[in-house]
Design a protein around this ligand. Structure first.
Ligand code: GUN
Ligand code: FE
Length: 430
């Protein structure tokens, strides 16, 4: 049950892409899981609701992780001197093969879900592995955590070791249908998302079947796009008919629009090297970009031109991309996004301005939140996802403003030391 309640503290949210709104000593009201707005004086109608006073602490919207790999969590922060293809073959694939063993999956997924629950993330789009049973186990654990997530059983029927790759396109499609049937109606907060790993992992036959399944069930899609130069060359070889990488998905109805032109939600992670044609198609099809700066640095993929995407009107959010990214911290993802945008400006193109901290906060809240609907703010009408940040462990000889406190907490990854409280869709997790 969602309670009706009021929180008091220093309330902050993104008013626009460039502005963090701050309401000192203010109230935010939750009714039936929805924000009823932020007030300096509590309206009479809400005065009988239970109130929690968080004093000088910051009350922020929960953060949204648009792209992460649950099974890769155990090896985060290792193998970070490799590029994508070698890293997949030597690190990611061998680890993911372990998830055929449900005992291993249970231990590993429990640890992942526990850490995600403690983090600043309230919503996430999660890759599992190709294993149906382990994916269902992950969904059970995420549902119990109270987080709101999309979870994908991964599809991969080529270019992987035999113990990980699915036997054929038919087997992959059959397992996917079975997974969807078995989980249908089982969860309130955990939804399936179709997850072709990336073009090198999926035969044309498999992509075609996934396009059919997507259409039949009206599913959203998540995948990887234009991450690494070697990967992009490989896609050209594997799919010469495609006009560009993203077109290889679009031809099969897996890129934000179905064959009749009807839109459906799609996330593409990375988009570091997207061509102008690809950017135009993403914009036309309403595809979300999951910007994953830590991963793009660790795997030497490059720097995604996020400023260019924002200026072009693309929908953009942030992803931790664990374990290409080494941490689940979205505070870290925000500051990484700012930092790499400065390097892009200095080293690549001085006409492309770096993004500001306020813009990074927007990406982590409203930007990614839009994938989940009305999510990513504490303004009236948004789903009530909130985190309460206690930064009293940082002492200052001078007073800092609330945005300065938020920025400092982000740069110091204070979220990894624990948050004071967390609410998802009006439900308090701790
Ligand atoms: N492309 C295909 N699979 C993966 C993955 O697991 N991580 C990243 N970063 N890129 C991928
Ligand atoms: Fe990824």
């Amino acid at each position: 049950m969602n309670d009706n309640f009021v929180l008091k503290g220093i309330v902050c949210y993104s008013r626009s892409q460039t502005e963090i709104a701050v309401f000192p000593d203010s109230y935010v009201v939750c009714e039936k899981g929805i924000s009823r707005g932020v007030y300096r004086t509590l309206p009479e109608g809400y005065q009988t609701l239970p109130l929690t006073d968080y004093g000088d602490k910051l009350i922020l919207p929960g953060l949204v992780d648009l792209h992460t790999h649950a099974p890769q969590y155990p090896f985060r922060g290792t193998g970070m001197d490799l590029e994508l293809v070698e890293w997949l073959q030597s690190r990611a694939f061998p680890e993911e093969a372990r998830y055929s063993n449900l005992d291993y999956a249970r231990t590993a997924y429990r640890q992942f879900v526990e850490r995600l629950t403690r983090s600043a993330t309230t919503r996430a789009c999660v890759f599992a592995t190709r294993h149906r049973e382990a994916t269902e186990l992950l969904m059970d654990l995420l549902e119990d955590s109270g987080l709101t997530t999309f979870v994908g059983k991964v599809n991969m029927d080529r270019n992987a070791p035999e113990d990980l790759q699915e036997e054929s396109a038919q087997v992959s499609a059959r397992e996917t249908r079975l997974w969807l049937e078995e989980t249908e109606g089982r969860y309130r907060r955990t939804r399936p998302i179709l997850t072709p790993r990336f073009i090198p992992s999926c035969t044309e036959e498999l992509l075609e079947s996934l396009g059919d399944i997507r259409q039949e069930r009206g599913l959203p899609v998540q995948s990887h796009l234009s991450e690494n130069p070697e990967e992009i060359r490989w896609v050209k070889e594997l799919c010469p008919q495609a006009e560009f990488y993203g077109d290889a998905y679009d031809r099969r109805g897996l890129f934000g629009r179905d064959p009749s032109g009807r839109p459906f939600p799609t996330i593409m992670a990375h988009c570091v090297w997207s061509s102008p044609e690809e950017v135009v198609r993403m914009k036309e099809n309403g595809v979300f970009v999951a910007h994953c700066p830590a991963s793009n640095t660790n795997l030497s993929s490059g720097i995604a031109p996020v400023r260019t995407y924002l200026d072009a009107g693309l929908r953009v959010g942030l992803g931790s991309d664990v374990a290409g990214g080494h941490t689940e911290s979205l505070f870290r993802a925000m500051t990484d996004a700012v930092q790499v945008s400065k390097l892009y400006w200095r080293l690549v193109d001085q006409t492309v301005k770096p993004i500001t901290f306020a813009e990074a906060f927007y990406l982590a809240t409203k930007g990614g939140g839009a994938f989940f609907g009305n999510v990513g703010s504490l303004e009236e009408g948004y789903e009530f996802d909130a985190i309460v940040l206690d930064d009293s462990s940082l002492s200052h000889p001078q007073a800092l403003t609330a945005p300065q406190r938020l920025e400092q907490a982000a740069y110091l990854s204070l979220d990894l030391l624990g948050l004071h409280a967390k609410y998802v869709a009006g439900r308090q997790l701790f």
